[in-house]
Design a protein. Structure first.
Length: 122
């Protein structure tokens, strides 16, 4: 038996049907074009190979250089026994939002984030 919708009585407003349809079409187009972008980028990276840049008609159009960054998550996942020796404990300063909300609810409420969730967030 499904649980009752906890938001059943929240305020709602009717949206323009055509605008909603265009929104959905745009979202689908973004998804399709993003997949195409990823596919093309992989092909271009493969074409560049070990070079640091790619040219079109002799003009440099893209660079593919190493950065001063590493794929740490992959490194640790692929080498867990070795990585285990390089962990260290760290203390960090963090903002206590719950305490701030308890003492200053009026200020905190101005910064509350709204989520635009399709399907009503159920």
């Amino acid at each position: 038996m499904p649980l009752p919708d906890p938001h059943a009585n929240e305020p709602t407003r009717e949206l323009d049907r055509d605008k909603w349809k265009l929104y959905q079409e745009a979202r689908a187009a973004i998804k399709a074009w993003t997949a195409e972008l990823v596919r093309l980028r992989k092909e271009l990276e493969a074409e560049i190979g070990e070079a640091y840049a790619g040219t079109v008609d002799g003009d440099k159009v893209v660079t593919y250089r190493y950065k001063d960054q590493w794929a740490v998550t992959s490194l640790v996942k692929d080498n867990p026994d070795l990585a285990e020796h390089f962990y260290k404990y760290k203390t960090e300063k963090v903002f206590d939002l719950e305490e701030f909300r308890a003492r200053h609810p009026d200020i905190a409420e101005k910064y509350r984030v709204r989520a635009f969730v399709e399907g009503g967030g159920m």
